[in-house]
Design a binder for this molecule. Structure first.
Ligand SMILES: *Cc1c(COP(=O)(O)O)cnc(C)c1O
Length: 433
């Protein structure tokens, strides 16, 4: 192989090497720009995070921890991981941070491995009331490894009933109680959970995957002072790269989490992603980030008010955080229909079960709608009120094809006013990195 061939292998653009994938990257940028992204677990990360994720750090093996690696040449990536650790501790007011989990699911797996033995009992939020599959779904590693029991929300209020949690905890006598959810629009009472855990001699874990950005900006109470372990994703409200992290208020528990991640669960850490977590946690220390998280909450309230005025029911009647859960159970429309209707109106959401849902999980009676991504894009309460009106119209049983096209044009016009990744909008989703 000649030198020039070798060089071109290393330095050719994806557009030249793989036009199929290049076209897909461009098309996805276009899709993200042209629709209103309201999936509550999604966000738009920054150009700076994209650059770190697309960096040469992906080449490096760094099993172990900063200063204690199983590979040579780690002196540079050590600095990236140390920055990520220090910033995670500062942002969340924690004593220890583990920044290597590849995802939120792995972060949970590590926390369980650090605190439990296989077969131990765990009490967590029911999946069909808003919990997550890593909180004890039978076919998930969690449900296969540990004996999960569940609490739910009250039928009357749609909120977690702490008296029920206490009762369940006394019955089950769990080794661990888990709080945190994927589809719960209200503030969770962390001190009350801590008290119940203490009453029954359980450890207490919070999975703040959805709300970490709100917690970092102090627009939502922090679980860190109350929980033995706090796990999170870094790509939902926090707005960083797709990954996870774990923080603790205790050095010893933190060290057990580190050992659970490596060598317990993972091999080499994704150093490019860890560098991107450092960038994201750096963002989290800025006033701009705090403004955005505060606006995420006010935007959700504006959305909820608009939906409510349009006669749309929501679980618990509204929201304290970044999402609403539309409840269609008293209508002829299913969650599946609703998702399709909003898709046609240019708004991306996901169908979602509501508590006590009588329709199957592939159909459901709910829609989960979140504001983090559009808030990052720059939208405010006025736009949220307009989006609420579009959603109300799209969900009317009488809506015609022409009206639907009009709604889609209105959504598109809102998006056009808030350009996404202006430096990337040149036909290539990787050009500026
Ligand atoms: C999203 C989520 C996770 C899992 O995160 P992944 O990165 O998708 O593995 C875990 N717990 C909760 C509550 C979540 O919402």
């Amino acid at each position: 192989m000649s030198f020039s061939e070798d060089e071109s292998y290393l330095s050719k653009d994806v557009a030249d090497v793989d036009p199929d994938i290049a076209r897909i990257l461009g098309a996805e940028l276009e899709r993200q720009s042209e629709t209103l992204e309201m999936i509550a677990s999604e966000n738009f990360t920054s150009q700076a995070v994209l650059q770190a994720v697309g960096s040469v750090l992906t080449n490096k093996y760094a099993e172990g921890l900063p200063g204690k690696r199983y590979y040579g040449g780690c002196e540079v990536v050590d600095q990236a991981e140390q920055l990520a650790i220090d910033r995670a501790k500062q942002v969340f007011g924690a004593v220890h941070a583990s920044v290597q989990p590849h995802s939120g699911a792995t972060a949970n797996e590590a926390a369980y491995m650090a605190l439990l033995k296989p077969g131990d009992r765990v009490l967590a939020m029911a999946l069909d009331h808003g919990g997550h599959l890593t909180h004890g779904l039978k076919v998930n590693f969690s449900g296969r490894t540990y004996e999960f029991h569940h609490y739910g929300v009250s039928r009357e209020t749609g909120r977690i009933d702490m008296d029920e949690v206490r009762e369940r905890a006394k019955e089950v006598q769990p080794a661990l109680i888990v709080a945190g959810a994927s589809a719960y629009p209200r503030i969770i009472d962390f001190p009350a959970f801590r008290q119940i855990a203490d009453e029954v001699g359980a450890r207490f874990m919070v999975d703040m995957a959805h709300i970490a950005g709100l917690v970092a900006a102090e627009v939502h109470p922090s679980p860190v002072p109350f929980a033995d372990v706090v796990t999170t994703t870094t790509h939902k409200t926090l707005g960083g790269p797709r990954a996870g992290l774990v923080v603790t208020r205790d050095e010893e528990v933190g060290a057990a989490v580190d050992r659970a991640i490596f060598p317990g669960l993972q091999g080499g850490p994704l150093m490019h992603t860890i560098a991107a977590k450092a960038v994201c946690l750096g963002h989290a220390m800025t006033d701009e980030f705090r403004e955005r998280q505060a606006r995420t909450v006010t935007n959700t309230q504006a959305l909820a008010q608009g939906l409510s005025e349009g006669g749309i029911a929501m679980v618990s009647g509204g929201s304290d955080n970044h999402l609403v859960l539309v409840d269609l159970s008293d209508t002829d429309l299913t969650g599946k229909d609703g998702e399709e209707r909003l898709d046609r109106a240019g708004i991306t959401v996901n169908k979602n079960g509501v508590p006590f849902d009588e329709r199957p999980p592939t159909v459901t009676s709910g829609l989960r709608i979140g504001t983090p991504a559009l808030t990052t894009r720059g939208l405010g309460a006025d736009e949220m009120r307009e989006i609420a009106a579009i959603i109300v119209s799209a969900l009317q049983s009488t809506v015609s094809d022409d009206e639907m096209a009009e709604l889609r044009a209105r959504s598109g016009a809102i998006g056009d006013r808030f350009p996404l990744y202006p430096r990337l909008e040149t036909g290539s989703a990787v050009g500026a990195a």
